[in-house]
Design a protein around this ligand. Structure first.
Ligand SMILES: Nc1ncnc2c1ncn2[C@@H]1O[C@H](COP(=O)(O)OP(=O)(O)OP(=O)(O)O)[C@@H](O)[C@H]1O
Length: 313
C-alpha cells in the first residue's frame, strides 16, 4: 500500500465522551486497537458501541475527546475509503439495485474501478448473484454485501458492527476465517458484538465497555484466564460447614455474600471437600462443580458497572 492508508493502522480512542442531552452514551473512553489482530469491541445492548464507532467514522461529533485512525480524525483523511472501511448495523440497500450496481455506486467515492467491484463480490462469495436484485437477498447475503462495500478501497482498518448477524453456520465459519486472513495481512480488524461467545473463536484482543465506560481491555487469553471452576458445598449444619471452611480453606471462598449453609470454593476439588467433610463428620446436601464460563466472566463484568450517568445538559 502506498500513500494514505500506509499509516500505522492504529485506532486510538482517547478520553472519548458523548452526551445526548442528559444521557452520557460514552464516558471518558480510552483504548487503542492495533494492526495484525482481530479485536472484539464488546458490550451489552446500549453500552455505547455504535456511538463510539460512529464517532470514529465522523458520523457523530464527540462532546469531548478524540477517536483517530493513523493519528488522524476521520474528517482529516483525504481518502477515507483507503484507510478505513466500515459496515455499521444493517446497511440499507436500494432493493431494486443489483449487488454489482450497489457497489458501482460506491466505487467512484472509494476511487476504484468496476473491476474492483467484481473482485470484492468474489471475495465475499457473492459472484454468482452479482446481478440479482438486493431486494431478494437474505440477511446473510446483505451482510456479505456490506462487507464487500467496506473492502472496496482496500482499507488497512476494518470496522464491522455485529457482522455475524444473519449468517448461517457456514457463513459464520467463513467470516471467522476471512477476518483472521485480513488480520494476517497486517490489517486492523475491529468487530463489535454484544456477545463474547459470538466472537470468542475469532478475536485476539477484547475491549469491553458497559454503560459507556471501559471495563476491560486485554488479549483474549488474559480474560480467558479468569474463567474458572468452583466447588459449591451446602450443609444443614451451617456452623459446622463454616468451621471446616475457616479451618481448611480460609482464603478459597468466592461468594461475596455467602448464604448460611452454603459456600463456593475455588482452587479445591470436590473430592478434597468431600473427604474433609467426611473426616469431620459433616453432613453435606450438595457438593457440585460449577463452571464459570468466559461468557459469565463477561456478563459479570458488564453488569457490575455503574449505571449510565445522568449529567447536567
Ligand atoms: N441519537 C441519540 N439520541 C439520544 N440517545 C442516544 C442516541 N444514540 C444513542 N443513544 C443512547 O446512548 C446509549 C448507547 O447507545 P449505542 O447505540 O451506542 O449502544 P450500543 O452498545 O451500540 O447498543 P446496541 O448493541 O443495542 O446497538 C443508549 O442509552 C442509547 O439510548
Amino acid at each position: 500500500m502506498t500513500g494514505e492508508g500506509s499509516g500505522d493502522g492504529v485506532v486510538a480512542v482517547n478520553g472519548l465522551t458523548k452526551r445526548f442531552g442528559p444521557v452520557s452514551a460514552v464516558e471518558d473512553l480510552t483504548f487503542s486497537v492495533g494492526p495484525g489482530r482481530v479485536t472484539g469491541f464488546l458490550g451489552p445492548n446500549g453500552a455505547g458501541k455504535t456511538t463510539t464507532l460512529r464517532m470514529l467514522l465522523g458520523l457523530v461529533e464527540p462532546t469531548s475527546g478524540t477517536a483517530t485512525v493513523d493519528g488522524h480524525r476521520y474528517s482529516e483523511l483525504s481518502h477515507p475509503a483507503r484507510v478505513i472501511g466500515a459496515a455499521l448495523e444493517a446497511a440499507s440497500f436500494h432493493p431494486g439495485r443489483s449487488a454489482r450496481d450497489h457497489l458501482r455506486v460506491y466505487a467512484p467515492q472509494a476511487g476504484v474501478t468496476d473491476a474492483r467491484c467484481d473482485e470484492v463480490l468474489d471475495v465475499v462469495g457473492l459472484a454468482q448473484v452479482a446481478r440479482r436484485r438486493v431486494g431478494g437477498f437474505s440477511l446473510g447475503m446483505r451482510q456479505r454485501l456490506g462487507l464487500a462495500t467496506t473492502l472496496l478501497g482496500d482499507p488497512q482498518v476494518l470496522v464491522l458492527d455485529e457482522p455475524a448477524n444473519g449468517l448461517d453456520p457456514e457463513g459464520i465459519v467463513w467470516l471467522r476465517g476471512y477476518l483472521r486472513h485480513l488480520a494476517s495481512e497486517g490489517r486492523t480488524v475491529l468487530v463489535s458484538s454484544h456477545m463474547l461467545s459470538e466472537v470468542q473463536q475469532t478475536v485476539d484482543d477484547v475491549v469491553i465497555i458497559s454503560r459507556g465506560r471501559l471495563v476491560h481491555a486485554s488479549p483474549l487469553a488474559e480474560l480467558a484466564a479468569r474463567a474458572r471452576r468452583s466447588v459449591v458445598v451446602t450443609s444443614p449444619d451451617h456452623e459446622g460447614l463454616q468451621r471446616l471452611v475457616t479451618h481448611r480453606w480460609p482464603t478459597h471462598g468466592t461468594d461475596p455474600e455467602p448464604a448460611p449453609g452454603r459456600v463456593e470454593l475455588e482452587g479445591v476439588t470436590a473430592a478434597e471437600v468431600g473427604a474433609a467433610a467426611h473426616a469431620a463428620g459433616l453432613e453435606l446436601h450438595e457438593l457440585s462443580v460449577r463452571e464459570v464460563a468466559l461468557e459469565d466472566v463477561f456478563l459479570e463484568m458488564t453488569s457490575a458497572a455503574p449505571a449510565h450517568e445522568e449529567v447536567a445538559a
